[in-house]
Write a protein that binds this ligand. Sequence first.
Ligand SMILES: [Zn+2]
Length: 78
Amino acid sequence: MTKKCTQCGKEFIIPDGAKAFKTCTQGNRNQQQKRKLKTIPRSEGLDEHLRELKEYNKQNHTHLSYGKFMALREEGLI
Ligand SMILES: [Zn+2]
C-alpha cells in the first residue's frame, strides 16, 4: 500500500497495516534529525543511559558502574 509523505509529498510504500507511517524514510529521517537538534540536548542521551543502568542494576541485582555498563552494552553482552 502507498501513502503520501507528509514531509516531502512523495508517494511511498508502507507495509500493510502500518498506518503509523506518515512520512517516507527520507522525510522521517529529516524530521527525526530536526527534532533531535531542536529539543534534545546532548546530555539527554547520557541521562537515558543512566536510567537504563539503574534499571538494569535493579532488575539484575548488580552494581555495575556506568563505564562497565556501557562497555558490556557495546560488546552486546547485555
Ligand atoms: Zn518524504
